[in-house]
Every structure is written in C-alpha cells, then in structure tokens.
Design a protein around this ligand. Sequence first.
Ligand code: CMC
Length: 429
Amino acid sequence: MSDLDQVTLKAGDKSVDLPVLKPTLGNSCIDISRLNKETGLFTYDSGFTATASCKSAVTYIDGDAGVLLYRGYPIEQLAKQSTFPEVAYLLMNGELPGRQELSKFDRNIVHHAMVPESMEKLFSGFRYNAHPMAILCASVASLSAFYHDSLDLNDPEQRNQAAVRLIAKVPTLAAAAYRYSMDLPILHPRTDLDYVSRFLHMMFGVPGESFELNPVVAKAMDLLLILHADHEQNASTSTVRLVGSTGANPYASVAAGITALWGPAHGGANEAVLTMLESIGGPKNVETAVAKAKDKNSHFRLMGFGHRVYKSFDPRATIIREMTHKVLGELGINDPLLEVALKLEEAALKDDYFVQRKLYPNVDFYSGIIYKALKIPTEMFTVMFAVARTAGWVAHWLEQQVDPEMKIGRPRQVYIGHADRDYVEMDKR
Ligand code: CMC
C-alpha cells in the first residue's frame, strides 16, 4: 500500500490534487472522479488493467503472493473446513453462520430449489443438441418473467429473497439443461438431500430407482464449488455489476454474468482445457503444443494458463492439483489426460516465455480432469462454474445495491472515427 494521501497531476498550466484511497489490503487507488471537471481530461485503460471499478468488502486477491480471501477467510481454510452452502452464506452476509442460521439458510434454499413447471416448455423449445450454457443463460434470464412482479429493489427482504432464489434455482436449471440435452427426464429437486447431493441426484438420478451417492464424488463437487464461488471483480462479476447498476433485476443481471463467463478467456477455459488436452493426444506432443502457444502467428494459447491478477500461482489451482490425484486415486481412475496435463505444466514452467510473462496454471487447468472423473460431461464444465459463481454474483449484486456511491456504469471512449462530414447522395458515392 502506498503512503501517499494524494497525488498531484499536472496537465499543461493546470494542476489537480487527487486523493489516494486506502484499502484494508492491497494497492492504493487514485480517485480520479474530479479529473475531468478540473482538467477536461479522461483516463484510458483498455481492459481495466489498472482501474478499480468499485469499493468491495467481499473478496480479496493478492496476485503476487497467491492469496485469496473470501470475507477475510483464506481459501485453503474454507476448502478444508467449510461447505459450499456455508461459503455462499458467508459471501452474501459477510460473516460465517451459526448452526441455526445455516440450517435456516439451507431450508430457505431447499424451499426455493424448484423452478416453475412451465419452464419445461422453455427447455423443449431448444434443439436437442443446444449447448447447456445457452439453455442456462436463457432460463436464468427468464426467471425474471416469473418473479419480477414482487421485485422491489429498495426492499432488503425482497433483494435477499431474489439472491436466495438464484442460489437455489441455478443448480436445478443447470441439471435440467443437461438432462434435456441428453433426452433424459428432468428430475425435481429432492428436499431430503443436501445442496450437493440434491444437484448430483438431479444430474444422474434415475426415476423410480434409489440414488446411490458416492461420498468421494460429493466431497469433490463441494470443494470445486467452494473454489469457484467468488473472485472479486472478474469479467462476469463486473458484468453483473454493470447490468445491476442500471437498475435491471437480479435475474437479468446474473444471466448477463453467465454470458460473460462463457468466453474461453474466462470460465469457458475449463471446457477449452479438456478439448486442448485431448487434441494434444499424448505426452510426446507436449513440446509441439508449447511451441505453438509461443508462436505469435498462431491463435493457439495454453488454455488454463495465465491470469490477469495472479503472477506467482493461483491458490485454487494448487488445491485442485492435489485434489485431482486424490480423487482419481479414490475413484480408481487412470486418466491419460492427467499425464498430458502434468507434462504440459512441467514444460511450460521451465520455458522462458511462460516464466518471463509469469504464466502459471490457473483454476481451470485441472478442474476439467476432476469434472470428467465425476462423470460431468465436457459441455457442462462452464455450467458447473456458473452454479458456484452464482454465490459470488449475488453477493456482489447485494453489496452494490446498498453502496451509497453506486452510479450507472458508463465508461467514456477515445473516439477514433471520422470527424463530422456531410451525407453523400447515393448516386454521388
Ligand atoms: N498461452 C500463451 N501465451 C499467453 C497465455 C497463454 N495461456 N496467456 C497470456 N499469454 C501471453 C500473451 O500472449 C501476452 O504475451 P505478449 O506480452 O508477448 O503480448 C502476455 O502473455 C500477457 O497476456 P495478456 O493476454 O495481455 O494477459 P491478460 O491479463 O490480458 O489475460 C488471460 C489473462 C487469463 C485472459 C490469458 O492469460 C489467457 O488467455 N489465458 C488462457 C485462457 C484461460 O485459461 N482463462 C482462464 C482464466 S482463470 C479463470 C477465470 O477467470 O475464469
């Protein structure tokens, strides 16, 4: 953190004192909100590489030290000791729940896990081979058609209700998207199961048959959900906040976050990693893949590598790498893709190109191999990410709604088009 309380910016014969904001942890930020009024200048920062978009108390990342804290609690401790519903409560409410608070929260989620029956008509409108992310975006956005009437954004209870509904219904919609794409009957959420077991039953249960839950699978799924639950102002969360800043309802805001997550530079990377590992074909082709990733004439990148914020290691990737060996061992799976992944990591981490650019495996590098071991199909990987990240999205949306400094998000631009010119008649062009 910088000791400076303000910085002075000289712009020609004008100078302006800009206050420096001090965070609890991390880099100080220059508050430039007066800059334009006093100098006529804007700032330019494509991709927000050096720009904070809001004040937030939800999640903290130290990218150089590989630290990730949810509400101050290290991800390693939460991964070992917590559960996903508890983490979702923590993100939403700021504190760990007591026993009674957690059980009330769980009951509330079970109560809202069902989705309106008429949504089955929405699913049946999709072609059988629609990507489940496409179905998820549409179905989450369509929740606003069912619950919009009772949505007063100025009422804290209604805001909370919407947040709980999203945490409760997104897994139901995610599993339904998968079942529809497999031409399998959609299963209703079982109220006697916990959050993870309920989701696994909706994914893999067979109507009329008892459901055998493998505790190794349930534990691994819970851990993956915890690790993906939030990551401060990433692209999808910033999208939720941007849409939320317009006063749009939370279902629309979260649906926008899901679309942003889909891209391969963000959450879509987990699906892309598996496709990449399969296309590499075997450990003997790893060097060729690394060479291609370095070749600036090729569009190929090592998927699951690099991060805007982490410049030493991604603590989530470290936890997932350890877990991959354990889960595959416990399930008796020998996946040749793991060998390709390990060889690829080893080769990249020794290579100057990756070392100089501080490119390390990120959360998506190993997660696909575990999802595959848990029998989650590849097209569902990013959907799984969305199920987890819903907890973070609603936490940020709730925080934003009571932020006294919240304004509609409306960036400026550096215009590089034509200066004004006269319209030319068609026959004179
Ligand atoms: N493979 C090869 N080169 C890379 C990679 C990669 N995966 N990532 C970055 N680079 C190079 C990039 O070409 C650039 O090189 P140069 O300085 O010579 O132009 C340099 O490293 C900096 O990259 P950048 O694109 O400016 O960095 P960024 O912070 O804008 O992008 C990133 C971060 C995650 C989008 C990028 O590293 C990437 O595309 N990674 C692969 C996709 C991926 O795994 N995404 C998941 C991110 S973590 C989970 C999540 O957010 O959902």
